[in-house]
Design a protein around this ligand. Structure first.
Ligand code: PMV
Length: 329
């Protein structure tokens, strides 16, 4: 076995991860809970090959160099150390959503890479081990290894680089009949990566401590609302988590929003005032993700379609875990 392909989906954090522990190892400073999304997937093939002198990374058929390639090589090095595989690899990756729009997801990307690289190196790892591997590259990717609703705890204060931390599924994809509408508010790439944004927030925001204290409380309440299937409370808490995360970032000068972001938020609030349970979430970019029950989705979609600044809409639902695509024989 030296060739494997995996598919993984992006996820939307309902309670947000924002901030890393200072210790090495990429441990989140706060717990998070996400829903894996059926749309927005990455398909990644990893082939270890004798003739390669260096790892190669192709994204959407274009060779990737520099820092993004280095992050891929780091994950491959971990897999080589764990498996004894010594060959270099060719990694080819495709997103089924436009990569240049700032929606490019490190979550689906590193979940698919971790799954495929482990299998190609002959490691027969359980999902939790794959999730721990993915977390070391991108903490949100640890969650995309699983389907449905997924939790990732914060790292412990005494965490050491070698410590294990994986995400875990807490409810299946059919637990709530949810829909997610992604309002794309620009086609431009995001100016500040999530890692950079988190570091600036932790170093400079006067509200960093408030965020670190509030995030676990919101998370705990949100996990309970999810467990009892209380969508209205879940939505309110998800919106509160996103707004608190962005408020802490903004106070450090990290501003991801544009006019479309504000217009979409206002639209969702007016829908809510008129009786439709719809809520917003926003990640490290200007796009707005709207949560609603599936029965209300057409109405919410109609309202957002003619909101100025919303360029297009993508639709997703709770989706499946990362998985190996068996080669057609
Ligand atoms: O895992 P990263 O480095 O892509 O960071 C993800 C950060 C957010 O998307 C903003 C929040 C989250 O929990 O996914």
């Amino acid at each position: 076995m030296s060739d494997a392909t995996a598919i993984a989906h992006a996820n939307l954090a309902l309670s947000k991860y924002w901030g890393k522990l200072r210790a090495a190892g990429n441990f989140p400073a706060v717990p998070s809970l996400s829903v894996t999304l059926s749309g927005l997937s990455t398909r990644t093939r990893v082939r270890f090959r004798e003739e390669l002198r260096e790892d190669r990374f192709l994204l959407g058929d274009a060779e990737v160099l520099g820092a993004p390639r280095a992050r891929v090589v780091e994950l491959l090095d971990r897999v080589r150390r764990a498996s004894g595989e010594s060959r270099r690899a060719e990694v080819t990756s495709h997103n089924d959503f436009p990569t240049a729009s700032g929606l490019a997801s490190s979550a689906s990307g590193f979940a698919a890479l971790a799954r495929a690289a482990g299998r190609a190196a002959g490691l027969d790892w359980a999902a939790a081990k794959v999730s721990d591997l993915a977390r070391r590259s991108s903490a949100s990717a640890a969650r995309s290894v699983f389907g449905g609703f997924v939790e990732l705890e914060a790292g412990s204060d005494e965490a050491r680089e070698s410590d294990f931390l994986s995400a875990r599924p807490v409810a299946g994809a059919d637990h709530l009949p949810l829909g997610v509408l992604v309002c794309v508010t620009t086609e431009a790439e995001k100016p500040v990566s999530s890692t950079e944004g988190m570091t600036l927030t932790m170093d400079r925001s006067p509200f960093a401590r408030a965020w670190l204290e509030e995030a676990p409380r919101l998370h705990g309440r949100l996990a309970r609302a999810l467990a009892v299937g209380d969508f209205a409370t879940l939505g309110e808490l998800a919106e509160a988590s996103a707004l608190a995360m962005h408020a802490s970032a903004m106070a450090a000068g990290v501003l991801y929003w544009n006019q479309g972001t504000l217009a979409a938020i206002a639209r969702v609030r007016s829908l809510r005032a008129a009786g439709t349970a719809a809520y917003v979430s926003i990640d490290a970019g200007p796009h707005v993700k709207v949560l609603a029950m599936r029965a209300d989705l057409a109405r919410v979609r109609g309202a957002l379609e003619d909101t100025a600044g919303v360029e297009r809409l993508l639709e997703a639902r709770p989706g499946p875990a990362a998985r190996i695509e068996e080669a057609a024989s």
